[in-house]
Write a protein that binds this ligand. Structure first.
Ligand code: ATP
Length: 256
């Protein structure tokens, strides 16, 4: 692995999402600079780093939303570099967005049903409203503690509730690996605790997480493994106890 120090937390388990030399520039700005990263299956992984260090671009590249200029991405050993977002989702990788994506004028239940379909939000909704799928959607709303909002339009839900709703939609596809982009951003402390507990629960049931997050308290409390980005590439990785005291990490955040 290039660009990463000797934290001692070797990637010896089952491979999940991996990149090799992933590079993406926007004009003169190099957002990803030959980033080589390996996340293990079964862990709660965090991807942290200062603003503009390339975390969201990394998510966008590995989920097929934007094409890298060079480099490769694989998932469980299979190359997914040029795959379309829906194919990567079908392979088992789900994601949420920094600016939560829900349909504001649709009810929570319809949002969850729509998120599981590829033909657009309305096209198959009538069909989706049948039996098992509705039960499953309600099941996720219940699991995420927002079942009482099933008939409420998303625009009338709080920001944190909308984030839970988006996650419910992602979980409808039953992803092995879930990428969360700033789940704590703008969320109140009570809901934050619920999101943290949910991640750990879902992980205990076998789902792998990769979480981009600025809230260090959350990151340190729920992560098994942390990768730190600076200027488009990893500069350190390891468990929270190692990352907390890593001088390179402090340097990247403090700009020294
Ligand atoms: N579509 C784009 N067009 C131009 N520049 C972009 C684009 N997307 C990202 N960048 C630039 O690439 C760099 C990395 O941005 P990115 O959003 O990936 O960082 P980040 O680590 O996710 O930041 P933050 O923590 O603030 O969300 C930044 O300099 C950003 O301005």
């Amino acid at each position: 692995m290039t660009g990463v120090g000797d934290s001692g937390d070797a990637t010896t388990g089952v491979r999940s999402l991996e990149t090799d030399g992933l590079t993406k520039a926007f004009g003169g700005v190099v957002a990803l600079d030959a980033a080589t990263v390996s996340f293990q299956h079964g862990r709660v992984n965090a991807l942290i780093g200062p603003n503009g260090s390339g975390k969201t671009t990394f998510f966008n590249c590995v989920t097929g939303m934007i094409r890298p200029d060079s480099g490769h991405t694989s998932y469980r050993g299979r190359d997914i570099t040029r795959k379309a977002p829906h194919a990567i989702a079908r392979a088992g990788v789900g994601r949420t967005f920094q600016l939560c994506r829900v349909f504001p004028r649709m009810s929570a239940l319809d949002n969850v049903l729509a998120a599981a379909r590829t033909g657009g939000p309305w096209s198959q909704l009538r069909g989706a409203r049948r039996g098992a799928e509705v039960d499953r959607a309600r099941g996720w709303l219940t699991r995420l503690g927002i079942e009482h909002l099933a008939d409420v339009e998303a625009r009338n839900m709080s920001w944190g509730q909308q984030k839970l709703l988006e996650l419910a939609g992602v979980l409808m596809s039953d992803p092995d690996t879930v990428l969360l982009d700033e789940p704590a951003g703008g969320v109140n402390p009570a809901l934050l605790d619920r999101i943290g507990a949910l991640v750990r629960e879902l992980n205990a049931e076998g789902r792998t997480f990769i979480i981009v997050e600025h809230n260090m308290e959350l990151v340190m409390s729920i992560s098994d493994h942390i990768v730190v980005f600076d200027r488009g590439r990893p500069i350190a990785e390891g468990p929270p106890s190692v990352i907390r005291s890593d001088e390179r990490v402090l340097g990247a955040y403090l700009g020294v």
